[in-house]
Design a protein around this ligand. Structure first.
Ligand SMILES: [Zn+2]
Length: 144
């Protein structure tokens, strides 16, 4: 699995923002698949990273989240996208395609509901509206 696939959603997106904000200070190629880098932290000192592309879980970062654990942190993601901007472009394209798909399936769902509702009688509509209304009140925590 790639670094991106191994990261939690939270680390991945925070890493995306770190990349976009230019938080990576420097990096160098150690070997074909290993990179060393420095990423700005929240405080004064930068974190030191080793990115192992072929074995992402062997990557290390000196931040409190990742130190001593085999997890992917936001700094690793930011460093990865800095070294491989194409991977960032591809990731964002995938996200855009996924969002479009979501929007289309929601549109389709609304259309189906609209068709179902069109078949209801006036009495059925009134009952459904009453139930929906009561449910909404309950969700809002209204009391009567
Ligand atoms: Zn880190």
């Amino acid at each position: 699995m790639s670094l991106i696939e191994l990261a939690s959603n939270r680390s991945l997106w925070r890493g995306v923002y770190y990349y976009e904000d230019g938080m990576v200070m420097s990096f160098e190629k150690v070997s074909e698949t290993i990179f060393a880098g420095k990423v700005r932290g929240n405080h004064s000192l930068p974190y030191n990273l080793i990115l192992d592309i072929s074995h992402p879980r062997k990557s290390t970062c000196t931040c409190p989240f990742a130190e001593g654990r085999r997890v992917i942190c936001k700094h690793m993601i930011a460093l990865y996208f800095t070294i491989f901007p194409d991977a960032y472009e591809n990731f964002m394209k995938e996200v855009a395609a996924w969002e479009l798909e979501e929007a289309e399936s929601k549109e389709q769902h609304v259309e189906e509901l609209r068709n179902d509702i069109a078949k209801l009688s006036r009495k059925e509509l009134q009952d459904h509206l009453l139930n929906a209304w009561l449910e909404m009140e309950e969700l809002r925590g209204d009391s009567w």
